[in-house]
Design a protein around this ligand. Structure first.
Ligand code: ADP
Ligand code: MG
Length: 237
């Protein structure tokens, strides 16, 4: 099983944002989609999520032919840079939302939400409003919410980008532990080399709408495929 992206091209007007991209993202891994701003990372993630449609090519998600499927039929959870919470609902209700609209039985929802809040260490904050959480806590809530409906794939687009460096580092380690606990196939977009090298099992380097290299952090570091990768990974601070 895997996420298969096959010959995907995406244009915005005359501009080619993704140029015949093919990549296979293995199941159960934490994969980083790494590249400079404007490289096409978000576009590729949005195409996997079904929020954007490719002009050509196909997408398969964990054995599901997804090219023409609506986002809610793809079993993907999505976390963005800026949390999208319901401001007037408690943390608990925010996490429960996806289960409530699917009309799951109340006791089942309660149990699942308790588990998730424990998983992201927000048990004590269940009855607060999102505005009463810190930025890092809010992104943990967003993660719990994305995981609530048991997606087969978790997609994160620069989820920690808006946070300060210290919190970002904490959440990075924390995402790694969370992933190892639930083992859901995860694709994590970042422009931060250090973040990708430290957190990911495998890194897909994308630039100018093309894949430059796919490899483990060690492979990329030891054997960069070309000058771009060498320069991009070189000055890690
Ligand atoms: P990244 O996430 O790597 O920074 P994006 O995937 O957001 O890059 O964007 C890739 C390129 O496509 C950029 O040049 C961006 O300006 C362009 N682009 C993205 N979305 C749109 C859109 N809806 N309309 C026009 N151009 C877009
Ligand atoms: Mg982006």
């Amino acid at each position: 099983m895997s996420i298969e992206i096959v010959n995907v091209t995406k244009r915005f007007g005359g501009f080619v944002a993704l140029d015949d991209v093919s990549v296979s993202i293995p199941s159960g891994q934490l994969t980083a989609l790494l590249g400079p701003s404007g490289g096409g990372k978000s576009t590729l993630l949005r195409i996997i999520a079904g929020l954007e449609h490719a002009d050509t090519g196909r997408i398969e998600i964990e054995g599901l032919e997804a090219t023409d499927l609506a986002p809610q039929k793809r079993n993907v959870g999505f976390v963005f840079q800026h949390y999208a919470a319901f401001k007037h609902l408690s943390v608990r209700r925010n996490v429960a939302f996806g289960l409530e609209i699917r009309r799951r039985p109340k006791p089942e929802i309660r149990k699942r939400v308790d588990e998730l809040l424990e998983l992201v260490h927000l048990e004590q904050f269940a009855d607060r409003l999102p505005s009463q959480l810190s930025g890092g806590q809010r992104q943990r809530m967003a993660l719990a919410r994305a995981l609530a409906v048991e997606p087969t794939v978790l997609l994160l687009d620069e989820p920690f980008g808006a946070l300060d460096a210290k919190v970002r580092k904490e959440l990075r380690d924390w995402l790694r532990r969370l992933h190892d606990e639930v083992n859901v196939t995860t694709v994590f977009v970042t422009h931060d080399q250090e973040e990708a090298l430290e957190v990911a099992d495998e890194i897909v380097v994308i630039n100018d709408g093309r894949i430059e290299q796919i490899g483990t952090p060690d492979q990329l570091y030891d054997e960069p495929a070309n000058d771009f990768v060498m320069r991009f990974l070189g000055p890690v601070t």
